[in-house]
Ligand binder design. Structure first.
Ligand code: PNS
Length: 168
């Protein structure tokens, strides 16, 4: 039986912290589905297609060893329904600090109620990324701050292009 994990998120943009979790999950599962939430109500820097393409590229270049077992997909609606439909055994979430825990516990318990057989697995983020979030990366970059090493260089390029076009 293929042991499949869903790693859901907004990935706007994907960070080195996300890639660290994808790598850790890839060591544990036969297949890891990086599942991008399609949320029309949330304003984003990158379109869904841009996020899919960027994630695929960075996985192929930075996680080459695991790329055969990593799938990039999108989902809308309930994560629990998507995970069930994908016949996944687990949902993987990264925990950076204790401050993440309250919210993640709520998500996990609600998801468990909705899909009792899908287990949420929390992986501890690498310490060097424990302060990192897509939101902070965008904010710092927008004001000209240095984000080298926090996101793949491809993401910096794509963000530069966006800013040049006047995106927030
Ligand atoms: O990277 P994020 O934005 O923290 O990811 C949050 C995500 C996508 C995991 C969460 O918002 C989610 O699962 N949304 C899908 C809708 C859903 O299932 N909501 C109920 C959660 S219990």
């Amino acid at each position: 039986m293929t042991r499949r994990a869903i790693y859901p998120g907004s990935f706007d943009p994907v960070t080195c912290g996300h890639l660290d979790i994808v790598e850790r999950a890839s060591r544990m599962f036969d297949e890891v589905v990086v599942a991008i939430l399609v949320n029309p109500n949330k304003t984003s820097m990158f379109t869904i297609d841009e996020r899919i393409e960027t994630i695929r590229e960075v996985i192929n270049s930075r996680l080459e060893k695991f790329s055969a077992k990593i799938v990039v997909d999108t989902f809308g609606g309930l994560l629990a329904e998507y995970a069930t439909q994908q016949q996944a055994q687990a949902v993987v979430r990264g925990i950076r600090a204790i401050s993440d825990y309250d919210y993640e516990q709520q998500l996990a318990l609600m998801n468990r109620r909705l899909a009792p057989t899908v287990e949420t697995v929390f992986l501890l983020s690498a310490q060097e990324y424990s302060f990192l979030s897509s939101r902070l990366v965008k904010e710092v970059f927008t004001y000209g701050g240095n984000i080298d090493g926090l996101v793949p260089s491809l993401v910096i390029e794509r963000m530069s292009e966006k800013l040049a076009k006047g995106a927030k």
